[in-house]
Design a protein around this ligand. Sequence first.
Ligand code: KG4
Ligand code: ZN
Length: 361
Amino acid sequence: MRLKPKLCLGIETSCDETALALIDSGQVVESVLASQVDLHAKFGGVVPELASREHYRWLGLLFDDLILRTKLNPQDLDLIAVTRGPGLLGALLVGIGFAKGLALGLNKPIIGINHLHAHLLVVGEALVYPALGLLVSGGHTHIYYMLGPNELILLGKTIDDAAGEACDKFAKMLGLPYPGGAVLDACAKVGQADAKLFPRPYMRNDNLDFSFSGLKTAGLTYVQSHAHLIAEGKAYREHKTPVSAEFNNTCASYLLAVADTLQLKLHRAYLQLQTQGKEVLSLVVAGGVAANSKVRASMQSFAEEKSIPLLLPSMDLCTDNGVMVAYAGYLLGQLGLEHDLDFRAIPRGQKIPEDWRPKTL
Ligand code: KG4
Ligand code: ZN
């Protein structure tokens, strides 16, 4: 009989971070990461072909490094978990190809991981189900009702830009360096937000979907009529020239609009679940934008008001990492799930099938 997996390797290559991690009985043993941010910054965004090549260049080196640091024998692995989507297809294929090769060579089980679910699950064992989950990343803004690690019910999503995209694009309009979200946040932290400056878009409906295009347009209109801000952003990008209080205030106002929009729809989701008699025992907010100070503060106040425990990943686990993939693999492995070697990579925009098979006991 095959035992439940203890030592799980996670491999993440869905976008511009090559990351691996080892989890032992739910605890992080070690994690390694090679970021391609500087490479893509030259182009103002991720170049898919370059991303794939970089993953290919780094994966083997990082795997060797991980094994060296932990002094583990690859034969000790119980399960290999790899992000199968959503993401850039070529980038995913590099990680999946590597993972399948390992699984075959070591004769170990493998499981393909939904990157979005992994972002949420990384908060660890404090997550009590049923939970309300908000995943806010560069490409996605999803609200889930979470019944278990393998049962995430999608309640709402963005119909256009994701929250992270809305941040990155506004930062770009301001002339700030790529990727803009974190820089925008750094400016916002020392600014004063004006709650009336930007709209909370797509609220006059009764659904749980998001649309950030209206906010983006409002941001563009504002920036175009305040061109001196663009000059400041550019000077910061090129020479690290400090920006003005007005610049910081603008960033703070924009991010407050993002945070409020997320909170308003999450609140609506909570009320709808309550009306349906569905319990919410914890609130999880994860993904790159969960690193944002305004989003964190806004979620904190929402959770306090509703007296629900809020689970936010640490800053390094908000953005893409290998730990979340290893941990999601570990959790699914505890449920006896794994994949055959023929599971597919799923690019962004396509639904990820739940085509695990129970392992043969
Ligand atoms: O989850 P993630 O690392 O990658 C995806 O799966 O997309 O999220 C990346 C996104 C980017 O849009 C980035 O600008 C945003 O997260 N981000 C932030 C912050 N840190 C990362 N946005 C706002 N404030 C931050 N502190
Ligand atoms: Zn991500």
